[in-house]
Design a protein around this ligand. Structure first.
Ligand SMILES: Cc1cc2nc3c(=O)[nH]c(=O)nc-3n(C[C@H](O)[C@H](O)[C@H](O)COP(=O)(O)OP(=O)(O)OC[C@H]3O[C@@H](n4cnc5c(N)ncnc54)[C@H](O)[C@@H]3O)c2cc1C
Length: 305
């Protein structure tokens, strides 16, 4: 059972921070998945540090979720402590540097940077999820990847210490960052080196235009996780799946989007994660058998399967 913990600044009440059995399905953009054994929404550095220490001292596996827009959560739930970063969302500007905490929604951060007279991030407008999730998977769109614009990333390791990575674009590649597949750290804050501008209404218009295009493509029509698979070298995953006549294919409540074959939708909100995963496996096997190409997931799995 959680107890109060004394730290240098104040007494942080873990009983107040920890939530038992938090339902995660409604948190996820595909609207399915089970509960977190324990969950917490830290609001600052100290709370995050105390939570990590608590998990470590009590042998609780630690998982991190931002917007859960790229993560399929098991119906069986997630053992241990799930830290949800959504309340770590502050930002500040230092000259041309836009600094923002990891739980801030990416789209909101882009709007704030424009308000602050800084351009550079706007082509990523409309990508759901948080700054932390976008850095973890080097999210991108319209020829821009988040790693192209990063100056630094502050992250906390499981001993509660904060570190700074001076980001270099060479360390980021297609849907891959120095943080991908690492479960021993939490991205806390990022600094973006952007360009000062006085043309804020033009920049805002560019952002609105890319968002409108995304909407017209039907990306937000139904609950989904966006693209399920990475594009194999020189190929499009959607085209491969479509060539196997899988558009519209359904398992239980999960269907391959009739508009975009690399997206699985939970059209009526009744799909289970098990069904979504079964459809992922089915698509993979079919493309492997018919095209002799191995598709690799872009999405992440969380919990026990
Ligand atoms: C409709 C739709 C459209 C999309 N379009 C695009 C697109 O155009 N381009 C694109 O790249 N993606 C796209 N995505 C996928 C998704 O939006 C991005 O990958 C997004 O950046 C994920 O952020 P998140 O906060 O939701 O991450 P989550 O799903 O919460 O987490 C993803 C991974 O990052 C880890 N993580 C999250 N935050 C942290 C942190 N602070 N510290 C350490 N690890 C962390 C998690 O543990 C998990 O492994 C789309 C998704 C949807 C639903």
């Amino acid at each position: 059972m959680p107890t109060n913990v004394r730290n240098s600044i104040e007494k942080i009440n873990l009983d107040y921070l920890l939530i038992q059995n938090l339902e995660l399905g409604s948190h996820s953009s595909i609207q399915c998945g089970g509960n977190a054994q324990w969950a917490a929404y830290p609001t600052n550095f100290e709370e995050l540090r105390i939570l990590i220490t608590y998990a470590k001292n009590n042998d609780l596996p630690l998982s991190i979720l931002g917007g859960a827009t790229n993560t399929l959560i098991s119906d069986k739930g997630v053992e241990g402590l799930v830290v949800l970063t959504n309340h770590l969302a502050r930002r500040h500007v230092q000259g041309e540097m836009f600094c923002v905490r990891s739980g801030c929604p990416l789209d909101k951060a882009i709007s704030q940077a424009i308000e602050d007279g800084l351009e550079g991030l706007e082509m990523l407008g409309g990508i759901p999820g948080t700054i932390g999730g976008a850095i973890y998977g080097n999210s991108g769109a319209n020829g821009v990847q988040i790693g192209d614009l990063l100056y630094y990333v502050d992250y906390m390791t499981l001993d509660g210490k904060l570190h700074r990575l001076q980001a270099h674009p060479d360390e980021f590649s297609y849907r891959h960052s120095p943080f991908t597949d690492r479960d021993d750290l939490i991205i806390y804050e990022a600094g973006f080196r952007l360009k000062p501008t006085t043309q804020t209404s033009e920049v805002r218009k560019r952002k609105d235009t890319v968002k409108k295009h995304r909407k017209q493509k039907g990306l937000y029509d139904y609950p989904s996780l966006g693209s399920i698979f990475k594009n194999p070298e020189g190929k499009k995953a959607a085209a491969l799946i479509e060539a196997c006549s899988l558009k519209g294919h359904t398992i239980g409540g999960a269907s391959i989007s009739p508009r975009h074959a690399n997206i699985i939708i939970n059209k009526d909100g009744k799909a289970t994660s098990e069904e979504v995963r079964a459809l992922i496996e089915y698509s993979k096997t079919t493309v492997q058998n018919e095209m002799h190409i191995t598709l690799q997931e872009e999405i992440h799995y969380l919990g026990s399967w």
